[in-house]
Write a protein that binds this ligand. Structure first.
Ligand SMILES: [Mn+2]
Length: 323
């Protein structure tokens, strides 16, 4: 953590009256948790933050306190904006198509993706902390800002979901200390776990079953992959956001070192998610195709040549497993 940058961020965040906070497309628990965790904390300090995300709030995370504060991305930035913040988002494009026409630069980027090159005026990218919500927690601690029970719940949710419920490599004593503090401040671990892990919809479960039936294994059963075809959504009644967590189905298999999920999209594109138990760096694989993420969890999207790229990614995984 770069102390000088943190102090600058604290000064700028602390003086903003009308900050706008953004996060990435297809938001997950850390995206929403960070967005709302920062939103609550700045509101507590008297500011009037606007919280935007492409598509607004998805049903699964509506349990988060203040979820009605999250709005769909507007086509233009409010005129009184005095600080523009991007959270948990590794590239400028991932903040959403609509934001590309905004002329204001991103003032502050706070993230934990190792692939983030820093597209903000101030960039705090801490890849040793396994969730952006955890980076925010550290900032609030250093600043001495009050973390309300609502903010604690949102930050805890971000840390819990991005660490796979404190299971992934990268979870360390500091992660658990942050989680413990957030529980002391009002986060309820079992209620959050119930909402995040024990509340999947029947549609999502139907999609999971369809996807699980596509399981293929290769490289001596060290590589396992799943496929999503466009008609799976119609068959299951599920939505795009319901794919979150499906990849756990493959990486959870004994002996599998790399799990991948290939989603063939309606427009002929391909979305690839990669997970590793830790011996293979999937960020390196994703980066070689223009994607990125973390060592144990990464992704890449292709606009075309879905079949060809599917085979190329599988070949890259084989090569990494053989080395
Ligand atoms: Mn994250």
């Amino acid at each position: 953590m770069d102390v000088a940058i943190i102090q600058k961020i604290i000064t700028q965040l602390g003086s903003a009256q009308h900050p706008v906070i953004l996060t990435h497309l297809r938001p997950d628990g850390d995206a929403y948790g960070s967005l709302l965790g920062l939103g609550h904390t700045l509101r507590e300090r008297g500011a009037q933050p606007q919280l935007y995300v492409e598509g607004g709030m998805i049903p699964m995370y509506r349990f988060l306190p203040g979820s009605d504060l999250v709005q769909n991305l507007p086509s233009s930035l409010p005129e009184n904006t005095d600080c523009l913040i991007g959270l948990d988002t590794s590239t400028r494009e991932r903040l959403g198509q609509k934001t590309t026409s905004w002329t204001r630069p991103i003032d502050i980027v706070i993230d934990h993706h190792v692939s983030n090159l820093g597209y903000g005026t101030l960039n705090l990218i801490v890849s040793e902390i396994p969730a952006t919500a955890g980076v925010l927690f550290q900032i609030f601690e250093i600043a001495g800002w009050k973390i309300t029970p609502a903010a604690a719940t949102c930050l805890y949710t971000g840390i819990s979901t991005d660490t796979g419920s404190f299971r992934y490599r990268g979870t360390n004593a500091k992660t658990l200390q942050a989680a413990a503090k957030l529980v002391e401040l009002g986060a309820d671990p079992s209620e959050i776990a119930k909402q995040c892990y024990l509340s999947i919809t029947h549609e999502r479960h139907a999609l999971k079953r369809l996807v699980a039936s596509t399981l293929s294994l290769k490289d001596n059963k060290k590589s396992a992959f799943l496929t999503i075809l466009p008609d799976f959504y119609k068959k299951s009644g599920a939505n795009g956001e319901d794919t979150e967590g499906i990849i756990e189905e493959v990486i959870s298999i004994q002996g599998v070192e790399v799990g991948s999920l290939f989603e063939f999209t309606q427009d002929g594109g391909l979305r690839v998610s990669l997970r590793s138990k830790g011996n293979v760096d999937v960020n390196a694989i994703a980066s070689s195709f223009g994607g990125g993420g973390h060592k144990a969890a990464a992704g890449v999207r292709f606009a075309k040549d879905a079949e060809k790229n599917h085979d190329l990614v599988l070949a890259a995984i084989s090569k990494a497993l053989a080395s």
